[in-house]
Design a protein. Sequence first.
Length: 340
Amino acid sequence: MPATGERAEIRLLDCACGEARTIRTTAAWNWQQGCMLQWLPGRSEETLIFNDRRGREWGSVVCARDGTIMREYRAPIYCINSDGTRALSLSFARLNSAAPGYGYPGGDETASDPCPVNDGIWGLDLRSGATNLLISISDLCRSHFHPTFTAAYHYFNHAGWSPGGSRFLFLHRWQPQRGGEYTTMYTANADGSGVRALADDGMVSHYTWKSETQVLAWAKNHARGTHYFQYTDRSSEVQSIGEQCLTEDGHPTFDGSGRYILTDTYPNWRQQRTLILYDTQNSRRRELGAFDSPPFLDGPLRCDLHPRFDRQYRRVCVDSAHEGVRRLYTVDLSGIIPNA
């Protein structure tokens, strides 16, 4: 696991020739979500953003592809809206306490508070640099009380903007003293108002937005079991997806048309992770590969495939350690997705 202050390299890879060069380093990283490194939306692809630590404070850095720092923010980013004007921020110290592998080592004053008033989901204006608390953990617990909340440790994770940025989604998780963990999936307006519970049956894992109003998530439904379900925001409409073909939790995402779901699995009895493309139009599952998963990379150190499309939906990129070290791999989709 990363030690406090241990730095990772930010590297720029030229996919045409395979050459890579280090442009910056960061002390804010983990094995599951890295340092949230990404191209900054709405700018030219000369600009990237990532999390770092300055002294005792977590923050984020905007820099050019040659490594020149262009701007710094006094808040870390979790996700950024599509036009690059607003980010959502979480307490990574709290995440490190509740879910090792998702946060950063080095605590803050709220990390030990089971249900803090002054922590939760923060908004960061990327134009002005201003931050404000959008949804307090304590306020949410009061307004959506459940008997299992008492004496439990609460945290938020997996925040994500809708494609158009009008709403965002997040998971509220809590860990009772007797053990176990519960999850509710919420959506809210960009300013934190209009909070709505989408899935509230105790377990939600990974999700992806399909459209401005539709969300796909692996979740439990008391009446229908545990499957991938498609939820319609601000309604009670729920539809199971791929119930006979997609039988395991994974990291789903849609292609640009909304027809294909790209997802993966956790290791099976053979210690293999499967990469899957599912056609929602004809309910067809296609396995793109099976990747050996070293048993010693488990728990917070695991190397999930975390599959994602390129922007033309012609290739898939995955993380894998099947050759003994963590690497990036690409899978060609030519001839698999029509017109890719």
